[in-house]
Design a protein around this ligand. Structure first.
Ligand SMILES: Cc1cc2nc3c(=O)[nH]c(=O)nc-3n(C[C@H](O)[C@H](O)[C@H](O)COP(=O)(O)OP(=O)(O)OC[C@H]3O[C@@H](n4cnc5c(N)ncnc54)[C@H](O)[C@@H]3O)c2cc1C
Length: 392
């Protein structure tokens, strides 16, 4: 058989292209030696994972500490004030994670501060407050979350409604916006039980003094007799009294879920549109049984079994109960499922369910495509029957 004829020479323009290729090979840049460069830059800006060391622990009050985290060997990636880190921990053999808002400002590039409040019987908060020492290291996610100020959509009049430790993302915003002297009009309404529970009071007072565009009101629900501050809850009357342009303001709420629900309804009663209310779900999933959609005839202690098909091909059988989120059960059994927000929003912990029924509260933002394809957000999915799950 004769050798194949090279027909390229017959194609119009071939000689020009060939010449151009020769010139490029001689004088151009060889991009092959930059393979992986883009991935390196992306990882520097938006790392999936960070190794951070506790460089300092600051006691804020009896039940709250700030852990100052630094990275050895790499610069801390930029973040938007209001974002959080998902912190991984190993406690009594169980690997789990919790999200914590960064309370420091991104203008401070040497460290991230996480301010952790104690939750009664809380698995991770008590560990972080009582066991962690300077020098300990954590694996965390990179900065995540959508609870931040967007100048294109949120205008220049901002009202922050904070409850308890829900002050943390606002501290990052307040520190940033006042340090940068941004042309914003900011009012912080900070709801706490009493003054001894309130965080960052001296710093907030100092910032109010220095920045005429920043105002702050402490609102105390169970004040001690000498406490200075307003009495009651952050409600429609207070907001009406302190905010003169309600229609032109963006409201941000961060705190326990009961406070979030209450403040949202108060804002709506004042005619505030949903799109002008931005919320960060802060609470652990302890309140699911109060959800009006929770099936009344199902008790939290009812036993159920999870059959979990593992990537290895093995099926793991786990006995659990209705009242425990699927993610917690999987973690207790030593199965690792990536997770971040643990409030049903970010969808990192989604897993395919091929049989069974789960309860997912309406606050779990499960996408229509996930529902159609049988994916559940395990952090906010409660088994109502035996389940078959596939971990990929
Ligand atoms: C985006 C984001 C940012 C956050 N930032 C901060 C922050 O800056 N500072 C801060 O202190 N916290 C923050 N949190 C809350 C934090 O992530 C943890 O939820 C908190 O520390 C409690 O964790 P824990 O492990 O101690 O409690 P958990 O063990 O999760 O328990 C919390 C409570 O819920 C109950 N509970 C847990 N599971 C169940 C269940 N299945 N059924 C019934 N009850 C249950 C427990 O008994 C306990 O009372 C943030 C949360 C989010 C979503």
């Amino acid at each position: 058989m004769s050798a194949r004829q090279d027909i390229r020479h017959a194609l119009k323009g071939y000689q020009d292209i060939k010449r151009e290729m020769e010139i490029c090979q001689k004088y151009g840049q060889d991009y092959r030696n930059q393979k992986g460069l883009k991935a390196t830059i992306i990882d520097r800006l938006h790392p999936r994972q960070l190794e951070l060391t506790v460089s300092e622990i600051i006691t804020e009050n009896d039940n709250t500490k700030t852990l100052r985290l630094t990275a050895s060997g790499r610069a801390l990636p930029a973040f938007l004030p209001g974002q959080y880190l998902s912190v991984s921990v190993q406690i009594d053999g169980v690997r789990t994670s919790r999200p914590y808002s960064i309370s420091s400002s991104p203008t401070q590039t040497a460290y991230y501060d996480l301010t952790v409040g104690r939750v009664k019987d809380g698995f991770v908060s008590n560990y972080l407050l009582d066991e962690v020492k300077v020098g300990d290291t954590f694996t965390t996610s990179g900065p995540l979350g959508n609870f931040y100020y967007n100048p294109l959509f949120h205008g220049r009049k901002l009202v922050f409604l904070a409850g308890g430790t829900g002050i943390t993302p606002f501290m990052s915003m307040i520190r940033t916006f006042t340090d940068q002297n941004l042309d914003l009009d900011i009012l912080l309404l900070y709801g706490c039980r009493s003054v001894k529970d309130a965080l960052f009071l001296p710093e907030l007072a100092q910032r109010v003094e220095r920045h005429p565009n920043f105002r702050f009101e402490l609102v105390l629900s169970e004040p001690d007799s000498n406490d200075q501050g307003r009495r009651g809850l952050i409600d429609a009357n207070l907001i009406k009294e302190l905010v003169d342009d309600i229609a032109g303001t963006t409201f941000y709420i961060c705190g326990p879920s009961a406070m979030q629900k209450f403040c949202t309804s108060q804002l709506e009663s004042l005619g505030v549109k949903r799109r002008a209310i931005r919320r960060e779900a802060f609470t652990a999933p302890g309140d699911v049984f109060d959800d009006p959609a929770w099936p009344q005839d199902v008790s939290a202690d009812q036993p159920v079994t999870l059959y979990v098909q593992h990537p290895s091909g093995e099926t793991v059988t786990i006995k659990t109960r209705v009242g425990e989120p699927v993610l917690t059960t999987l973690e207790k059994a030593g199965l690792i499922v990536p997770s971040a927000c643990r409030t049903g929003e970010c969808s990192m912990c989604r897993v395919k369910m091929t049989a069974g029924e789960v309860f997912q509260p309406s606050s779990a933002l499960v996408r229509q495509s996930d529902r159609l394809l049988g994916y559940i957000h395990t952090c906010r999915a409660y088994p109502l029957s035996d389940l078959t799950l596939v971990i990929q």
